[in-house]
Design a binder for this molecule. Structure first.
Ligand code: GAR
Length: 210
């Protein structure tokens, strides 16, 4: 087996998606190593998750820097120091600086709690997504793992999976159903990269069956 894929995770919240990845690594389902965790929020649960798993974790927010360039330079330095091969956004609610998107072209994944391109974009995150899905009257929802480009939620999809919207669903019950699927497909998508099975041609992400 090849060396584990070195992953840097960015997150803003409780970190259940990161935990699912760590559990899958532990269970031998994922040939990866989370080498560093970065959060824009000092009190984010994800920093505690990282601590419990013995992973170096940092609170790095743009407001700690003079300007965007300094922020991006610092992030790039940390990613380089930890010899990052893949960046995963596990509930990161900030836009990735362009310098990072360019330096890690086609090597940044985001998980979104809906079937993109529906219910994505700036301002649509977390529970707001599920409220919008219910408001629209959708019969299905789901989750998307996609490549990160210059905009919010517009990069090419890698893995998508549906869940039903059920009678009487609230944003909470729908979120819980979608989250189960998120915990599966995030690791699946990462493992495709670990196995070198992803070929990218424009917006098409081809999954090789080698
Ligand atoms: C997840 O549902 C993720 O899809 C969502 O934030 C939640 C983080 O939960 N991300 C977005 O909405 C990004 N647009 P977690 O902290 O338990 O992993």
């Amino acid at each position: 087996m090849s060396a584990p894929l070195r992953i840097a995770a960015f997150a803003s919240g409780r970190g259940s998606n990161l935990e699912a990845v760590l559990e899958n690594i532990k269970a031998g389902k994922l040939n990866a190593k989370v080498v560093v965790v970065i959060s824009n929020r000092s009190k984010a649960g994800v920093l505690q998750v990282a601590g419990q798993w013995g992973i170096p974790a940092f609170h790095i927010s743009q407001i700690q820097f003079e300007d965007k360039d300094e922020f991006a330079t610092h992030l790039l330095k940390v990613l380089t120091e930890y010899e990052t091969q893949l960046v995963v956004l596990a509930g990161y609610l900030k836009k990735m600086p362009l310098e990072i998107v360019r330096a890690f072209k086609n090597k940044i994944l985001n998980i979104h709690p809906a079937l993109l391109p529906s219910f994505g974009g700036k301002g649509l995150y977390g529970h707001l997504v599920h409220e919008a899905v219910l408001e629209y009257g959708c019969k299905i929802s789901g989750a998307t793992v996609h490549l990160v480009d210059d905009e919010y939620d517009t990069g090419a999809p890698i893995v998508q999976r549906c869940v039903p919207v059920k009678e009487g669903d609230t944003a909470e019950t729908l979120a819980a159903r979608v989250l189960q699927v998120e915990h599966q497909i995030f690791s699946e998508a990462i493992q495709l990269f670990a196995e070198g099975k992803v070929e990218i041609e424009g917006r098409r992400v081809r999954i090789l069956s080698k």
